[in-house]
Ligand binder design. Sequence first.
Ligand code: ADP
Ligand code: ADP
Length: 219
Amino acid sequence: MRLYIVLLGPPGAGKGTQAERLSKARGIAHVSSGDIFRENIKNQTELGTQVKDILDRGDLVLDDLTIAMIRDRLKRADCEMGAVLDGFPRNPAQADALEVMLAEFDGQVDVVPYIQVPRDELISRLSGRWTCRAEGHIFHATFNPPQVEGVCDHDGSELYQREDDKRETVERRISVYLEQTAPLIDYYRGKGKLVEIDGNQAIDAVTSDLLAAMPEQGD
Ligand code: ADP
Ligand code: ADP
């Protein structure tokens, strides 16, 4: 059976950081909607041109575009054993679409860890976040620094500060999260899939709690 994990939590909660680790631990793909949008912007594709201003403002991209993009991604060979979804779904319409899509692939959302972090901590995390140009690997100036400043430990590429990690845009993204994405907490709680995780701990401690919340292999 495929394993599909949806990571829920505000911007800066640690979804990307933990998704990388869970995907390695369980041998499933890491699917980050934000990374795919940023990759398209970097490569100046048609999709990239359509979404750049939206990402820079901190608003959500249209559901139809986002859903079609994730459907294509989940059909790829590296998702054969399942995926950790990071940043998708972001509203109830996307969550409904995900359910239909996974049913087509003979799967379902298995577990939804909700990573909780206080607002002040989110702001310090996002303002010190450094992201790798090549693959989107994530670091923090103080909380998780790379071995060499400005250089990704994993692939040697340049680290940059995301345009939308500026203070004003961070505030906007947190409001968008509260309005549009936070309803998914009750949505998945109602389906019995939600597991609350204390995200205000060291990165390794959060990973252990997440691994403990995963279904056993073969279940
Ligand atoms: P999200 O994908 O939810 O926006 P990220 O994984 O990109 O979050 O993490 C946001 C920032 O916080 C990054 O700079 C990351 O290195 C840092 N970070 C992630 N988890 C923790 C943690 N448990 N403690 C301190 N900093 C963290
Ligand atoms: P973070 O990790 O800090 O929460 P993401 O990388 O997930 O940020 O998302 C960055 C931006 O990409 C969002 O502010 C939004 O503009 C766009 N985006 C990402 N995922 C979605 C989605 N599922 N629906 C609509 N827009 C999205």
